[in-house]
Design a binder for this molecule. Structure first.
Ligand code: BGC
Length: 725
């Protein structure tokens, strides 16, 4: 296989321009569309090869969606499992594995990462995305992009933007107010573009405030390119809607896949009829070729797909899976003591048919899949008698499946492990889930087993939140997510104490659907999805509204314990133009090695309550975090960094105000002059002066220290060059 020599220089802009001008109008237009489902056009006379794309994000599938002929791939943990690691290093290493697999499949463009937010727990594609929080998502997405692009593959951040429902996803309009758009939904993309320099971006299927994104010049040319300096190319989602002239003017570069509808021959027509200038097409081609060249794709001899199943990938993926496993509850039952266990009863459909990934375009064909039953049998050998009962019927599980039989098999067992969950049919692309309940009566199975055998371990194998209404009666509960091809090994590692359950919740586990932020506004109606909760997504909602949750954002137990010491600040005040460093000592005060995630939330002055002249703020927001691994007795100083963006909110232009005030009799303003901050004429990120609180702890609800910081704001927006940290 011949791949790109990373030491080779990329072509200069002038060389790319020369290549562009050597193409005819028809050829240039042909480069703006796919020639089939995954590839772009080739021009052998100029040495421009066809470039192949592949999904993403939890593996590089390669050429086909048809599982009978697809080449196997390493399947890394899915989005929520990676989100739960809270570990940028692990995410970067995981995406590097995927990038190397992409190259082995002859692909130079990976259609990942997916950075939409967990707005509602029933969205079908939650499993593919990292978190409900834009900062956690943004930082992990940046790490993912770096892992891909450092391995000479183009990362494609998707789906830009407001793609948080599957129901009627090609036609619905996500109705999002400007503050929520900027502070939540655009933020992960801003991280990916400004901090990780992502080379490609995929637009979403849905409309945003009435407009299809490929046609939206404000979003593409305005925010993405002008404000954030995006230098890559923009492509449609597969068969997403675009209109020829509007999309070119907005900044769309590539329409995928074939057959072309808006671009290709239609662009030739638009140039010939004078609706578009050929120079606009040149810019598009220039952008596409520049990106291909950056990863060496222009100098590559195409390779045939071939699978690579490496020992080091298996080992890494296994560790990454346990790093994302969240220990939700444990009264001391875990790690499981197997000495003295004569019979172990394993119950539940997912114990035999483990869900390692979700459905839809993220699916890959893994090299192999193991089940926890098999792995436990291998690991415990003849010393322990293992019995298995599915409890409920499911595809591929032996048909004596009944709750009664399962309860009976638990009777007299020395230990009981229940493994329940969803799978890639319940959590998939193209449709949403209908309920938080576990499918196929599994909640009833768990309730009945916990009555008969309260000291059971319950393992939940789902990609997104499920109801867990039996959780109070369980001695130990583990959330595994869809942890990739090594998940069975990782589960057993955690159960037996060979691995730490390293995960923390990247998304709140709610008490019930009725409490969730988007309840009533999901999946939308009359072609509109109203983001009525605005800024209050995830923990921002539950905390600001003081609603109880099943398990809070950031929660996760360890097999050891930690002390988070008093933080020290680099300065008592956040001075304009400066950063603030917070050093936090963390000590492992338990008896074994383990991981702690230190989380820093910023709370605005006066708790963010609406007041005249002020802006509504969530009670606190995650702004920094760090994960540390410590031996017993070891202390490490964690350093967290904030800048002015960590304290800022986005203010919109109040265009109506000046016009309206002119029409008012002057006598109306008898309370004195109106402060400038009440109606701004310049949009942007603003910091209000006042006392902010830094909440430092181990989850959004478990705060060890609160420290005050003064910030001086102003009537001007922060410089647009200031990136989120
Ligand atoms: C998905 C994208 C995916 C594309 C290609 C679409 O249905 O929304 O995420 O990359 O298909 O498979």
């Amino acid at each position: 296989m011949q791949t790109h020599d990373p030491s080779a220089d990329v072509r200069t802009s002038r060389e790319i321009a020369r290549l562009t001008s050597a193409l005819s109008l028809e050829e240039k237009a042909a480069l703006t569309v796919g020639i089939d489902t995954w590839r772009t056009a080739s021009f052998p006379r100029l040495g421009i090869p066809s470039v192949k794309t592949t999904d993403g994000p939890n593996g590089a599938r390669g050429d086909t969606l048809d599982h009978s002929s697809v080449t196997p791939s390493v399947c890394i943990p899915s989005g929520t499992a990676l989100g739960a690691t809270w570990d940028t290093t692990v995410v970067e290493q995981a995406s590097a594995v995927v990038a190397r697999q992409a190259i082995e499949k002859g692909c130079r463009v990976l259609l990942a990462p997916t950075v939409n937010l967990h707005r509602h727990p029933l969205w079908g594609r939650n499993f593919e995305c990292f978190s409900e929080d834009p900062v956690l998502t943004g930082k992990l997405a940046s790490a993912y992009i770096e892992g891909v692009q450092n391995n000479d593959v183009v990362a494609t951040i998707k789906h830009f933007v407001g793609n948080e429902v599957e129901h009627e996803r090609n036609t619905c309009s996500s109705e999002i107010d400007e503050r929520a758009l900027r502070e939540l939904y655009l933020l992960p993309f801003e991280y990916g573009v400004r901090n990780a320099h992502v080379l490609a971006l995929m637009t979403s299927y849905n409309r945003v405030n009435g407009h299809y994104v490929p046609n939206d010049a404000r979003l593409l040319d305005g925010i993405l390119r002008e404000e954030w300096g995006f230098a890559g190319f923009v492509m449609t989602d597969w068969s997403g809607i675009a209109d020829t002239v509007e999309a070119v003017n907005a900044g769309l570069d590539l329409e995928m896949p074939a057959p072309a509808r808006a671009y290709g021959a239609a662009l030739v027509g638009a140039v010939r009829s004078g609706q578009l200038d050929e120079a606009q097409l040149d810019k598009i081609v220039h952008r596409i070729l520049t990106v291909f060249d950056r990863v060496g794709a222009l100098d590559e001899v195409p390779v045939e797909e071939h699978p690579e199943d490496r020992e080091q990938d298996r080992a890494f993926v296994r560790r990454a899976a346990s790093d994302g496993i969240v220990l939700l509850a444990n009264d001391g039952l875990l790690p499981l003591e197997t000495t003295g266990v004569g019979r172990l009863a394993i119950i539940g459909p997912n114990a035999e048919r483990l869900a390692i990934m979700g459905g839809g375009s993220a699916r890959v064909l893994p090299h192999y899949v193991l089940s926890p039953v098999t792995v436990l049998r291998e690991r415990l050998g003849d010393a322990v008698e293992i019995t298995y009962a599915p409890g409920v019927a499911s595809d591929g599980v032996a048909n004596e499946a009944s709750i009664e039989a399962a309860v009976k098999s638990a009777e007299g067992a020395d230990a009981v492990i229940i493994i329940v969950g969803t799978d890639d049919l319940w959590e998939s692309e193209g449709y949403d889930r209908e309920t938080l309940e576990l499918p196929r009566n599994q909640d009833e199975l768990v309730r009945r087993l916990l009555l008969a055998h309260p000291r059971s371990v319950v393992i939940v194998n789902s990609g997104s939140p499920v109801s867990l209404d039996w959780v109070e009666s369980a001695a130990a509960v583990i959330q595994t997510w869809f942890g990739g091809q090594e998940l069975a090994n990782a589960i057993v590692d955690v159960l037996l104490g060979d691995s730490e359950p390293g995960g923390r919740l990247p998304t709140t586990l709610p008490m019930c659907l009725e409490h969730t932020p988007a309840f009533g506004n999901f999946p939308g109606e009359s072609s509109k999805v109203r983001y009525g909760e605005s800024l209050l997504v995830g923990y921002r909602w539950y905390e600001t509204r003081r609603l109880p949750v099943r398990f809070p954002f950031g929660h996760g137990l360890s097999y050891t314990s930690f002390e988070i010491g008093a933080p020290s600040l680099s300065a008592p005040k956040l001075e304009p133009g400066c950063n603030l460093s917070i050093e936090v000592p963390v000590t492992n005060i338990g008896g074994r090695r383990g991981a702690e995630v230190v989380q820093l939330y910023v709370a605005p002055p006066e708790g963010g309550r609406s007041r005249p002249g002020g802006r509504f703020r969530p009670v606190k927001e995650l702004r920094a975090f760090a994960k540390v691994w410590l031996d017993p007795g070891e202390t490490m100083i964690v350093s967290l960094e904030l800048n002015e963006r960590s304290f800022a909110y986005y203010d919109v232009v109040d265009t109506d105000w000046l016009t309206l005030v002119d029409r008012m009799p002057k006598t109306v303003f008898h309370h004195g002059p109106v402060p400038a901050s009440l109606h701004r004429s310049q949009p942007g990120w603003y910091v209000d002066s006042g006392t902010y609180e830094l909440h430092i702890g181990r989850s959004s609800a478990d705060i060890s220290h609160v420290v005050n910081v003064e910030a001086t704001g102003g009537d001007s927006p922060l410089p647009s060059s200031l990136r989120p940290l």
